[in-house]
Structure formats: C-alpha cells, structure tokens
Design a protein around this ligand. Sequence first.
Ligand code: C2E
Ligand code: CA
Ligand code: CA
Length: 448
Amino acid sequence: MSVELTSGQSKTMGGVDAVSYTDPLTGLGNRVRLRDKISKLIQERSLDPAPFTIGLVNLDGFRPINDLFGHAAGDDILCQVAHRLRACMPPGAVVMRLESDAFAFVLPLVFDERGAVKVSDLFKDVLSAPYDLGKRTVRLSSSFGFAIYPYAGEDYAQLMESADTALYRSKRRGRGQVTVYSVDIAEEMKRATQLEQALRRAIIADEVDVHFQPIVDISNGYPIGFEALARWHDDELGFVSPATFIPLAEERGIIEPLTETMLKKAAQAALSWPDDKFLSFNLSSAQLVDPSTHGKIMSIIQSVGLDPHRLELEITETAMMADPDIANSIIDSLRAEGVSISLDDFGTGQSSLGRLREIALDKVKIDRSFVSEITRDRPSEHIIKAIIALCDGLDLKVVAEGIETSEQAGKLLELGCVTGQGYFYGKPMSALHIQEYLHSIGIARTAV
Ligand code: C2E
Ligand code: CA
Ligand code: CA
C-alpha cells in the first residue's frame, strides 16, 4: 500500500508501523495517535497538574456532499479541511482525523473555556471559507465540542466521552455551535434524554393531547377558527411545555408520529364544530424539509373526513429557511388542495419582508411580543401598523397573537386588525371545553 506520510511520521514508533498512526486520506494522525498523544499528556500533567484541552470538530451537512457531488469531491474537501486545520493549529497543538468528517485536536496550552472558545472562533472562520471543487465551490459550517482535563475526565476514555457529549449538544443546537463540556451540560443532556424517553412512552401510550385556542373576530369576539396546541402532562415530570417537547421531538426524530396523532385528534375535534370554523395546525420545521409531508397530511384529513378548505397550517420563517425549495413545493401542493398557509410569529426570528413575496401565503400572524407592547410602546404600534398596511397591499389576512386586554383589542381594531387570539378571548381548551364554549356563546354545531 502506498501511503503519503508527513515528515516525522515515517519512522516506526515503539515498534509499531507508523501507518497505523496515520490517516491514509489526509496524512494526519488517526485515532490511535490521538489516544497516544492524550495518554502521554495525562502522564506528564499528573506530575504538573495543569489543564489541557481536547476538541472535536464535525462539518455540518457533509454527508449530502458525498451524495450530491460524489465521494471524490467529499475526499477532496476532507483533505482541504485537514490542510486548513493543520495550518492554524496553535503552538504545540496537533490535529487528527478520526473518521469521515470527524476531526480531533489536542491543545496542550488551552487551559479554560475562554481559551477553547477563542481557538474555536479561529477554526470556525478558517473552515467556513469556500471549498474549491473544480468548477464549483461549497461552503460548510462546523460544530465543536471541547473537554478540559482534568475537569471533564481524568483518562482518555472519559475525556473523549465528555468531548463527544459536548459535540452532540452543539450538533443538536444547529449549525456552527461550540460547546465546552461542564457538569451543567452533562446534566442538561441527561435531562433531555430522560425527557425524550418519557415522550417516546407518552406517544406510544397516546398521552399527548391537543387543546384549542379560539381565533376571533375582534369586532365582536366571536370565534372564526381554533389553533391546535399540543399538551402533555407526564406523571413524574408534570406539565411539559410544547415549546420544550416539540423541538426535542424534532431533534430526536419523533416529531412524525407525534404530529400524526395530533393532527388526527385535532381534525376529529374540528368535525364537531360548525363548518365555517377552521382548524389551524402548527407544522414543525422537520415537516417542511420532508417531501412526504403533503401526502401524509392529506391522507390524515381525508381519513378523518375534514374538508381541506377548513385546514390552515402555521409555518415559521425559520422553518422555511432550512430548505426553501422543498418548503415552497410542499406549501404549493397543499394550497392546491385548498389548505391555507399562515406565517406564524411574524416579526421575530429571521423576518424578512421579501419572504412575504417568496412564499405563497394566505395569512400572517403578528407575534405576541409586539401585541403585548402595543398600548405602551410607540415602536410596537408602528411596527404593527406597518405589518397591517403591508399585508393589506399583498392581500394577506392578519391575525394578532397574544391579546390579553380589551385595550390591546381596541387599539388593534383602531389600526385595522380585525382578527386575533389571546387569553383575553380564551386560553387553549380541551376538545370537550370547546364544545361547552361554543354552546355558551350559542353557536354550537346544531345551532348553525
Ligand atoms: P405558537 O404557535 O406561537 O402558539 C401560541 C402560544 O402562545 C401558545 O403557547 C399559547 O398558549 C400562547 N398564548 C396564546 N395566547 C396567549 C396570551 O394571551 N398570552 C400569553 N402569554 N400566551 C398566549 P403554547 O401552547 O405553550 O405553545 C408554545 C409553542 O409550542 C407554540 O407557539 C408552537 O410553536 C409550539 N407548539 C405547540 N403545539 C404544537 C404542535 O402541535 N405542533 C408544533 N409543531 N408546534 C407546537
Ligand atoms: Ca402557532
Ligand atoms: Ca405564534
């Protein structure tokens, strides 16, 4: 086997052929070399107990590169990564490739979190520059996990496990994240895993419920539709907010069965409302990158017997951004079936006015953060005014979220916003309570 070795690696080391220390693709050291390096450092530092740091880096979205451009292109990028990392290692530091797009480095002179973050800022910049692939270039961000000896572990295995945990957390939080292992982070990860297990159990046992919040005509307070909101009460954990368990379900790949049962329950409940009341259902970001979403949603509402014209799906701009082409094709195909699309939480996150033109929308929901300030804060009032004028011009309906007082409702009406939702009109209620609520205002199904 012909392997190109970097200088200094062509010697035999302790009787073992140097090749077993080397990654043939990049010429960097491999996992054996990493273990060796860390074990030696630990031995040295046991006499002089100064900390040192190990780091793991993983490219974000590397796998699709192999699929899209072929393995040769993938290998080419890995060699460029190796080259860049080696070029920017601080004095005394070494970089190794463990497998695929996983690289590790040992930083003997980085003693604390601040130092690790500083180094990762440099590495992140270096790795985010475009990669040359002949006729085209690609850009990739990278995620980091660090472990500091001896706090994160006193031997090779413990340190690597801690660095792995830190990297896993970075990956879970999205792209380009950096985590330095700490006891708090280990706790956080443990809690997330416990929550995940409890949620998996709850989904199987059908314990996640759906509640509904009225969306009303502000001029008279009468409901025009209801937003479905997930509710989960665990015997041990108590009430868990959907703002916690929905993102977790997405990260851990269990959002699909969860959504399926929730949409089924929500659609069934909607059948008992008057026909002119719509059901608004939140789509998660994972569903906007999955081309099978259209088929799944349609088959659920068809099996329940809900008219697609009564269904609205709420999406967020952030979810749209992950893969705008797929998201747009899902939206277009659902709209072709008669389903409406609302843009949720408008005004927060990565809001862009251009997006209102790029996505085929029916409705915009103004985020609660503006509504809650509308009577106190002039800028919020102006922002709402501008959103309403903009949507008017684009022929989009507007819903104000989080209305809690009659003053807010009055102000919104004055500004021309005619629909809204919030505790002032009703908190999210169970399907049964919605029936009672409809009866109490005299618009139950039989009365219409
Ligand atoms: P969201 O879609 O923006 O839902 C509105 C949230 O605001 C709900 O919180 C609702 O209870 C709350 N809310 C409504 N009116 C008021 C008000 O007047 N004052 C205040 N302070 N809050 C109000 P909830 O139910 O805790 O849901 C939180 C988030 O979790 C939702 O935000 C949504 O992003 C997500 N979520 C909930 N259910 C589902 C679901 O079935 N699927 C998906 N993908 N996401 C869901
Ligand atoms: Ca929503
Ligand atoms: Ca919202």
